[in-house]
Design a binder for this molecule. Structure first.
Ligand SMILES: C[S@@+](CC[C@H](N)C(=O)[O-])C[C@H]1O[C@@H](n2cnc3c(N)ncnc32)[C@H](O)[C@@H]1O
Length: 208
C-alpha cells in the first residue's frame, strides 16, 4: 500500500509540474530536455556542424534539442541508451546498448569512425534503489566511464557535460575535470528539481 500511495503522489506531482507541461507543449519527449535547453541558452554549447555523443539518451529529449541546432551535414549526434529510442531525425543515429559493456563501446567507436568529437554528454542515471550508499557510487561509476570515454574521443578544446549527484565522489570528480579541461562549471538548472541532488559538471576546453 505505501508503495502505491508514493507512486500516486509522484504521478500527481509529475502531471502538475510546469516543466513537464512545458516540455510536452514544445513536443519534447522528456522534462530533461528543458534542462539542456536552459544550459545551452546560457552557455551557447552547440553549433550546427558539431559531432556529439549523447550517453543515457532515452527517451531522446536531449537529442531532440540538439537536432534542432546541429543541422549541418558535417554535424551528427549519436544517441546511446540501454533502452530503445524511437527515431528522432536524420542527424541522430540511435544505438541501443549498455555503456558499461565493452561491446557497446566497440559499436559506439565504430559509429564514430575516428572523428574527434566536440561534445560528450551524459545524462545517465542508474535505476535508483533509494539507498544513498548504493546509488551515489553507481552514478559516479557511470560519470567516470563517461570521462574515460571523453579522454579517448574528444577533440582538443572539446567539451563534456555530465550529470552527477551531490555526495561522496563529487570533489574527486571535480578535481579530475579541472586537470583535463580549461574551464569547469557546476550547474544546477532551474528545470532540475530543487529537492534532487542532481547537478551537472560542464567542462570545456579539453587539454588533450
Ligand atoms: C534521466 S534519463 C535521460 C533522459 C534524456 N537525457 C532525455 O532528455 O530524454 C537517464 C537514462 O540513462 C540511461 N542509462 C543508465 N545507465 C545506463 C547504461 N549503463 N548504459 C546506457 N544507458 C544508461 C537510462 O536507461 C535512462 O534512459
Amino acid at each position: 500500500m505505501p508503495g502505491i500511495v508514493k507512486g500516486q503522489r509522484w504521478l500527481d506531482r509529475h502531471v502538475k509540474d510546469p516543466y513537464v507541461q512545458a516540455a510536452q507543449k514544445a513536443g519534447y519527449r522528456s522534462r530533461s530536455s528543458l534542462k539542456l535547453l536552459e544550459i545551452h541558452q546560457k552557455e551557447r554549447l552547440f553549433k550546427p556542424d558539431m559531432a556529439v555523443v549523447d550517453l543515457g539518451a532515452a527517451p531522446g529529449g536531449w537529442s531532440q534539442v540538439m537536432a534542432k541546432i546541429i543541422t549541418d551535414p558535417k554535424g551528427f549526434i549519436i544517441a546511446l541508451d540501454k533502452l530503445a529510442i524511437a527515431p528522432i531525425s536524420e542527424r541522430v543515429t540511435v544505438l541501443q546498448g549498455d555503456f558499461t559493456e565493452p561491446e557497446t563501446l566497440e559499436k559506439l567507436n565504430t559509429l564514430i569512425n575516428g572523428r574527434k568529437l566536440d561534445w560528450v554528454l551524459s545524462d545517465m542515471a542508474p535505476n535508483f534503489s533509494g539507498l544513498k550508499s548504493v546509488d551515489i557510487p553507481t552514478s559516479y561509476y557511470l560519470a567516470e566511464l563517461a570521462l574515460e570515454f571523453s579522454t579517448q574521443v574528444l577533440a582538443k578544446n572539446g567539451s563534456q557535460l555530465v550529470k552527477v549527484f551531490q555526495g561522496s565522489g563529487f570533489d574527486e570528480y571535480h578535481r579530475q575535470l579541472k586537470q583535463l579541461f580549461e574551464k569547469v562549471t557546476i550547474i544546477k538548472p532551474k528545470a532540475s528539481r530543487a529537492d534532487s541532488r542532481e547537478m551537472y559538471f560542464l567542462a570545456r576546453g579539453f587539454k588533450l
